[in-house]
Design a protein around this ligand. Structure first.
Ligand code: DON
Length: 303
């Protein structure tokens, strides 16, 4: 298959959405993102890399980081995690508070903010440095040791993080945070503020297309664990638009409000598309269009 040609077509599909959607500004530092940039990369399971547009340009990975906190927490602690977080779609916005009260401080899934805060807490207990563990993993798997956290974005989110603080304190009131609330939040903001390019993220996610096996051949997740993470991405990775994403794109995907979406074609490849303008659910309009084109034109999906 001519992946380079298909990426060029996907980029054209993304460009056709020009002007649609809005750059996230609820974290003020994110509003500086280049609204009309677009990039896309594909990494094959055996390590070839293809890219189009701004595929090397770094952006704030935001909630795409939640995928890596989740897999690292599972790798370190196994199924214990599921005592404190569910794995059902929320049908609610990513920062919603509403379910947490009726569900007694157990977030619906690991990808809404509440669930990711619990996962960060567990990873902090396991490693002593949750944000550092995520950054190390991304650097190693992408082969790019210069990846880093943007301190301005982390500080901006902390300053305006009233909702996340409310979620974390409410979870703590139910005894479902093991660490200090402010420390957990600081790690959460820092891993969300990692900057990486589409190529870096496509390479870093490759273990999910390889049934849990990392770039160096070592195993991060058991085969069944990798299957489960892909399943959770499919049903929860794009929040209350997960149904729409499954319908249009048909593969597991994890989005972030920086405009990136990392998606997995099991056994074959990982894809990362990026465009900062978001739809109402907080997912990139251009990245959705590009991934939709890719799976439709190639006939490659999990269905
Ligand atoms: O906590 C927040 O709101 C952000 N750090 C991450 C949210 C996010 O990326 C949701 N994704 N679409």
């Amino acid at each position: 298959m001519d992946y380079q040609q298909i990426l060029a077509e996907a980029a054209a599909a993304a460009r056709a959405t020009a002007g649609q959607g809005r750059v996230a500004d609820y974290i003020p530092a994110l509003a500086k993102a280049p609204a009309d940039a677009f990039g896309m990369a594909l990494a094959t399971a055996d390590g070839e890399l293809y890219g189009v547009g701004d595929w090397e340009r770094r952006f704030s990975i935001q909630s795409v980081s939640k995928l890596f906190t989740l897999v690292l927490a599972i790798a370190h602690g196994g199924d214990e995690l599921w005592r404190g977080v569910g794995r059902e779609p929320s049908g609610n916005p990513f920062n919603s508070l509403i379910q947490l009260e009726t569900e007694h401080g157990i977030p619906r899934n690991p990808f809404i903010n509440a669930g990711a805060i619990v996962v960060t807490d567990r990873l902090l207990q396991q490693t002593g440095d949750a944000a550092g563990a995520v950054l190390d993993f991304l650097r190693t798997e992408s082969g790019n040791p210069s990846l880093d956290i943007d301190p301005e974005v982390a500080a901006s989110e902390a300053e305006h993080g009233h909702r996340n603080a409310a979620l974390a304190h409410f979870i703590a009131s139910h005894g479902n945070l093991l660490g200090d609330v402010d420390t957990v939040l600081a790690h959460y903001y820092r891993h969300c503020a990692i900057e990486a390019g589409c190529g870096d993220l496509a390479l870093a996610g490759r273990f999910l297309a390889r049934h849990g096996v990392r770039a160096d051949g070592s195993r991060l997740l058991q085969r069944s664990q990798a299957k489960r993470v892909n399943a959770i991405m499919l049903i929860c990775g794009t929040y209350d638009a997960a149904g729409e994403f499954a319908y249009r794109v048909g593969i597991p995907g994890k989005s972030g409000v920086g405009g990136g979406i990392l998606a997995v074609l099991p056994e074959r490849a990982t894809l990362c598309a990026w465009g900062p303008r978001l739809d109402a659910a907080g997912n990139s309009v251009a990245a959705m269009a590009a991934l939709d084109h890719f799976t439709t034109a190639t006939g490659l999906s999990i269905f």
